[in-house]
Design a protein around this ligand. Structure first.
Ligand SMILES: [Zn+2]
Length: 274
């Protein structure tokens, strides 16, 4: 079994080493960076499922899972508008098993694990007093990390570094089994900041998602201004992986002209009342 895993890994490393992946279509915001992937999408999604299940169990045991049904309903109404427009970037995302839950805690945080496993912490909405479009900014950003498979890219980079440091021989004894991948998904979700390029991609792709879903993209600017204000008093967990900055806001402003027509078109489409 272990030998078989090792062989598969060697083959997949050899193949992926000279191949790059295009995870998404460019959209109006024109994201076209090619990515190097050394682990399969399926294995990372499986790791994410395990990790998310662990989070749901912990939250359930402490009574914090969906403890505020009105908040959960509100977040699901917003994701119900965002999920259909992900097809702009990758049609297969419509087939994902999206899950949307909330955690009642003062912490300011939210994430979307690979494959569409979303969690919103009530502190994000309460402390920053977010309206629906500002919530859609955070959700669009997090969903874009999943669409672009940034976690898979991070995990691939970690393997690449191991190969460079210790050679392939060591890796053959430690294939990307599910437990290791679940741990790595968790560490990318909760501890490691994405690099600046990934952050910028998630920002602008998220901006297009919210515009297409009928949320005013100007609200992305107000969201990050609120983040900057709260960062000064008590830096929340979300900001340790998502530093709010004038640069981030300036880049969002630069991309507004690309997405404002999409927002106008979405508004005209007589969206169902929420
Ligand atoms: Zn991010």
């Amino acid at each position: 079994m272990r030998m078989a895993t090792a062989k598969v890994l060697v083959v997949s490393l050899a193949l992926a080493g000279c191949a790059t992946t295009q995870t998404t279509q460019p959209g109006a915001v024109d994201i076209h960076r090619k990515q190097t992937m050394l682990v399969s999408e399926a294995s990372v999604e499986h790791g994410a499922q395990q990790s998310y299940l662990g989070e749901l169990e912990k939250a359930g045991a402490s009574g914090k899972l969906n403890a505020d049904p009105a908040l959960t309903a509100r977040i699901r109404r917003i994701t119900d508008r965002l999920i259909p427009v992900t097809a702009t970037f990758r049609p297969d995302a419509l087939e994902w098993k999206w899950e949307v839950n909330t955690l009642s805690t003062p912490e300011v945080n939210a994430y979307c694990m690979p494959g569409g496993k979303i969690m919103v912490y009530s502190g994000l909405v309460d402390k920053l007093q977010l309206d629906d479009a500002e919530i859609a900014t955070v959700l669009g950003h997090e969903m874009s990390h999943a669409l672009r498979e940034h976690t898979r890219e991070r995990v691939s980079k970690a393997y690449e570094q191991q190969v460079a440091l210790v050679g392939l021989a060591v890796l053959t004894g430690a294939g990307p089994d599910t437990i290791a991948l679940a741990d790595q998904v968790a560490s990318v979700t909760f501890e490691l900041p994405h690099d600046r390029e990934q952050e910028s991609e998630a920002d602008v792709m998220g901006l297009e998602l919210m515009a297409r879903a009928g949320y005013d993209p100007h609200k992305a600017i107000s969201l990050w201004k609120k983040m900057m204000a709260v960062e000064k008093s008590e830096p929340p967990q979300y900001l340790s992986t998502h530093p709010a900055s004038a640069n981030r806001i300036a880049e969002l402003e630069r991309h507004l002209p690309q997405v404002l027509p999409l927002y106008a078109a979405a508004e005209r489409k007589d969206l169902p009342a929420h």
